[in-house]
Design a binder for this molecule. Structure first.
Ligand code: SF4
Ligand code: SF4
Length: 177
């Protein structure tokens, strides 16, 4: 309920939590899903046999099975859609959010961070107490989801701000601090 006692709708997008103690990694019989040194839970599509054990093990429902061949965008350059550095996922493998590791490897933020019009997402080094992300988690009291399961997610959710400053410009909506 909102502060006025009325029902309130809050969006909580979920994806891979890039768990430190990842059940999907333990469940995978081929090593197709693995932890990178930087903490990203990654996927090697060449090693994936599509058994879906990782999907059953993931408590966040963060994985999907590819039932069909990749639907290729005709031209990344012309249409400015997607990122040509990201490999297409063949039919019969499991995929999930990779934090856009191809961008991260080049010092860029994931596409969800750069593309969010409300600037609601942040990406950074949780091990650096002086990083912006570590400061935001501290100051906003951000929490992980299903912490009681011991998966140690590295994705945090800050409580919603009650007073949103909503502005419009040329018919489009922007959200201020
Ligand atoms: S959220 Fe699911 S897919 Fe992502 S690391 Fe955790 S167990 Fe694996
Ligand atoms: S579907 Fe692929 S990634 Fe998932 S457990 Fe099986 S081999 Fe590993």
């Amino acid at each position: 309920m909102g502060p006025d006692g009325q029902p309130e709708l809050i969006y909580q997008p979920t994806g891979c939590m890039h768990c430190e103690n990842a059940p999907c990694v333990k469940a995978c019989p081929t090593g197709a899903t693995y932890k990178r040194e930087d903490g990203i839970t990654a996927q090697n599509y060449k090693k994936c046999i599509g058994c879906r054990a990782c999907m059953a093990a993931c408590p966040y429902n963060a994985r999907v099975f590819n039932w069909g061949p990749p639907q290729h965008i005709p031209s990344f350059e012309d249409d400015h859609i997607g990122d040509a550095r990201v490999p297409s996922r063949p039919k019969g493998v499991v995929e999930k959010c990779t934090f856009c590791q191809e961008k991260v490897d080049h010092g860029e933020d994931p596409a969800c961070v750069t593309g969010c019009p409300a600037k609601a997402r942040f990406f950074g080094d949780l091990n650096d107490p002086n990083s912006e992300i570590a400061r935001l988690i501290r100051e906003r009291g951000a929490k992980t989801l299903l912490a009681e399961l011991g998966t140690k997610p590295t994705v945090y959710y800050a409580p919603p701000r009650r007073k949103l400053d909503i502005r419009t410009f040329e018919g489009r909506v922007y959200y201020g601090e």
